[in-house]
Structures are given as structure tokens and as C-alpha cells.
Design a protein around this ligand. Structure first.
Ligand code: LLP
Length: 432
């Protein structure tokens, strides 16, 4: 009935997440409110880990892509589930440090890491830095030399694979700001250069073809291209690369139109491609890493809002305004993303009309759902937007000086605040 498996309706006709009544959560913690189902996040982590054990003999590591939801809470949670993490900025790294995340399981990405960010990573013993370009490589080699260490590195490679998703979240093609390309020899040259440096060790290669992808084929293609590249590097440079990081990007269900492939199926198919290609190239079967972000947290999250004004512009459109919007969920204004929503205090009701759910920011594009089929919605209702666990909190802003909502995690019927609601005082904290 709902897009996420952890949602149901109780005897009061209220939407339930895990074992928690969402109307009560809204009453207790206020709205807008992000709610995360901890049990589902753990389940998703285990699904990936178990598939890696089953189909790849455990010779792999699942990294949670922190950008999907970065907080001390999520860092601790995925650490308890034995995952590693990928971080993409000094801020994400700092969060992991403060959450006591084991630094050897941190993989640091980014197409323009600053010298300060690299120094922070080296000084805290970050396990792997995924080098994006030659300038970064040279600078990192110097930083590692000054620190008296040899830094393990991987390279971000563009495998030239076209993933069918929104153009803003496609990253595997040559015309991308991320990484070095295979087609023009850049990838080969950067590894050759690194092989001659004293304070970096080439330990792996990495690719990430995009996000919210539903086909398995582009992932299989990328894996094949990458393993062949590892074979070329061994043949031409004599460098044996141990690890292959295949990025993230597995699609999830936002609306009934979305049809994600089971994630263990991805791992099964991609594992076969990696093993077969490695064998045919005569190289050692590499350790593989995968970096799911969205598929671990998105289905576990919902956002609760209170309905304010309802504006029926006859013959044009009916707008239902809520007390949040693009500040807490900028995905419609950025990608015209689609979501599903439920009237949480009347969750079993059938859809009767088309409405547009709008936010409270001064932007006409501040929409959460456009022309969505919904039951009757009244002022004061609690509205739940579903599958908001990824790229909502982490992309939230204070536009119009609206404080960011709190995050409440629920587990087995218990709820706790894991990120506090911002106050007006927080908003002016750095003003001088
Ligand atoms: N690894 C790397 C290197 C990435 O760049 C990303 C996402 C991931 C892993 C995780 O991908 P996922 O499994 O979450 O699809 N803000 C956009 C998504 C941007 C994704 C950026 N990179 C959105 O809201 O759709």
C-alpha cells in the first residue's frame, strides 16, 4: 500500500512508522519533523552485507555514502552495523571523527578537496583517499611526506558508462567534473605518476556512475570496464590493484511508478562480472566496495508537516501549504523529484482529488508534490511525505531563515531526538 515497507495504519486510522504513531510523534516533537526508522536502516545495512557475504565470499566492504544523511547518529549506527563510510568534505569527515568512527574504514571522496581537508584526513589516519586529479595527487603526496606516512589511495575513474537517470546525478561519462577518464588516457597517466611517488600507495580504483538508477546493466558494464582497466594497469605498469570500489546509485521507490531491482540482485550480478573478468584477465579477484547511500536511508525516513492554508483556485489548481518545504526538502526545486504523501491522521482514506503540496518559502518552485492524488486535506492535518530519509536533511538549508527541523529516530516503538531542532538563536549564531 505504501512505498516503504515499514509503514502501516493503526486502529485510529493514523500512519505508523515502525511501531510509532506518526500523529503522536508530530504532537510530541512538533513539525516539520524528520523521522528515521532505525530498525529499517539496520535491516538495509544487513541486506547489503549479507549479499556481499553470499555472492562474493565476504571479500568486500559496504560503505554508507554519508552525503545521503550525515550526522553523528547515522555514523554511529552504520558503525554498529560494521559498515565503512564515504565522506566528501572536511565537514562530513569531522562529523565521523566526532562520532568516533574507525578512520581505517573511511573513504574520502571529492573533486576538489582543499589542502586543509587533505591534512585533516592524513592527520586522523583516514584509510583511503579517492584521488580525483593530478593536482590533488601531487599535493597529497607532499602532505603525506610531511606527516611521515604512506597514504593509501584510490582513483576516481570515469568508466564512460551512460546511466539512465537525471542529468544532474549522472557521473560516469567523460563530460563530468568528477575523476579522470579512460577514453583519453588520463586515468592511465595518473596511475603511472602515482606509481613513481614515495608517499602514496595505489590501492584501488573507484567509479560511480550516477544515482537513482534502476537498471543492472550499466553497473555490470562499469564493473567489466573497471576490471579490464585493472588488467591493463597490471600488464603495462606492473601495478597490481587490490580493491575495486563500484560506488553507489541503486534506485529506490518514491512513487508507485518506480520499480527498483532488489539490491542483492545487483550484488549477485556485479560479483559474477567482476570474478569472470578478473579470471579472463589473469588478475587476482579484487576486494570490492560498494557505496549505497539513498537505498539505505531513504525508505527509512518520512517528514511530518502540519497543513496550513488550503487555496482552491477554481479551474486552475488546488494548493495545500505546509509548514516546511524546500528548506527541508529541496529535491523538487532541484530535480523535479516526485514523492508520495499520506494524510497521517486519516491514513486509510482514499484519494479523491488532485492537489499540489506547497512549502512556505518565497519561491513559486517551492513544491513538495505537484498534482498529487490525495484524500481530502484540511487545515491542521498532519501530512507525511514518504521516503525522505536521503538527501533531505543532508541538503536542507536555512533559506528565508527557516530553522531546520529536528530528526527523531524510532526503534521498536521508542523514539529519541538524534538531531535537535534549530532555534532562531542558532540562525543568528554566526552573525556579527
Ligand atoms: N558514491 C559516490 C562517489 C557518490 O557520489 C554518491 C552519490 C554515492 C556513492 C551514493 O549514491 P546513492 O547510493 O545515494 O545514489 N542529491 C541527489 C543525489 C546526489 C548523489 C551524489 N552522489 C539527489 O537528491 O537525488
Amino acid at each position: 500500500m505504501f512505498v516503504s515497507e515499514n509503514l502501516s495504519v493503526n486502529e485510529k486510522n493514523h500512519l505508523v512508522i515502525g511501531k510509532n504513531d506518526t500523529v503522536e510523534l508530530a504532537r510530541e516533537y512538533g513539525t516539520p519533523l524528520y523521522v528515521l526508522d532505525e530498525d529499517l536502516i539496520r535491516k538495509n545495512c544487513r541486506l547489503y552485507k549479507d549479499a556481499m557475504d553470499k555472492y562474493y565470499g565476504g571479500n568486500g566492504l559496504i560503505l554508507f555514502a554519508n552525503k545521503a544523511f550525515c550526522s553523528k547518529y547515522t555514523c554511529r549506527l552504520v558503525n554498529e552495523e560494521d559498515l565503512g563510510i564515504d565522506v566528501v568534505s572536511g565537514g562530513e569527515l569531522y562529523t565521523a571523527i566526532k562520532a568516533d568512527f574507525p578512520m581505517d574504514k573511511v573513504y574520502f571522496h571529492g573533486n576538489n578537496k582543499t589542502v586543509d581537508e587533505l591534512k585533516l584526513a592524513v592527520s586522523h589516519g583516514v584509510g583511503h583517499i579517492i584521488v580525483d586529479n593530478i593536482y590533488e595527487l601531487e599535493s597529497l603526496n607532499e602532505i603525506a611526506k610531511d606527516a611521515g606516512i604512506v597514504q593509501n589511495i584510490m582513483f576516481r575513474i570515469k568508466p564512460g558508462v551512460d546511466a539512465h537517470t537525471h542529468s544532474f546525478i549522472q557521473t560516469g561519462q567523460i563530460d563530468s567534473k568528477f575523476g579522470v577518464a579512460l577514453e583519453n588516457g588520463e586515468a592511465y597517466e595518473i596511475i603511472e605518476a602515482a606509481g613513481k611517488m614515495s608517499n602514496v600507495k595505489v590501492d584501488g580504483v573507484h567509479c560511480h556512475i550516477g544515482s537513482q538508477i534502476f537498471d543492472i546493466a550499466p553497473f555490470e558494464k562499469a564493473a567489466e570496464v573497471m576490471v579490464n582497466f585493472m588488467g591493463d594497469i597490471k600488464d603495462k605498469l606492473g601495478i597490481e590493484i587490490d580493491k575495486l570500489n563500484l560506488g553507489g546509485g541503486y534506485g529506490i521507490m518514491y512513487t508507485e511508478k518506480d520499480d527498483p531491482v532488489p539490491y542483492d540482485e545487483y550484488i549477485k550480478k556485479v560479483s559474477e562480472v567482476v570474478k569472470n573478468t578478473a579470471q579472463s584477465r589473469g588478475i587476482k579477484i579484487p576486494m570490492i566496495l560498494m557505496e549505497p547511500g539513498r537505498s539505505i536511508v531513504a525508505p527509512a525516513g518520512i517528514t511530518l508537516y502540519t497543513v496550513g492554508g488550503v487555496k482552491d483556485i477554481k479551474g486552475i489548481r488546488k494548493y495545500v501549504s505546509v509548514d516546511g518545504g524546500m528548506g527541508d526538502n529541496p529535491r523538487y526545486i532541484m530535480y523535479e523529484s516526485e514523492y508520495s504523501a499520506v494524510v497521517a491522521n486519516n491514513a486509510g482514506a482514499s484519494a479523491v482529488e488532485k492537489v499540489t503540496i506547497a512549502g512556505k518559502c518565497c519561491e513559486s518552485g517551492d513544491i513538495l508534490l505537484k498534482d498529487a492524488l490525495m484524500p481530502e486535506i484540511k487545515v491542521g492535518d498532519t501530512l507525511a511525505v514518504l521516503a525522505t530519509g536521503a538527501y533531505n536533511y543532508s541538503m536542507a538549508s536555512n533559506y528565508n531563515r527557516i530553522p531546520r527541523p529536528a530528526v527523531v529516530a524510532v526503534s521498536n516503538g521508542e523514539a529519541k531526538v538524534v538531531v535537535k531542532r534549530e532555534t532562531y538563536e542558532d540562525l543568528i549564531r554566526n552573525d556579527v
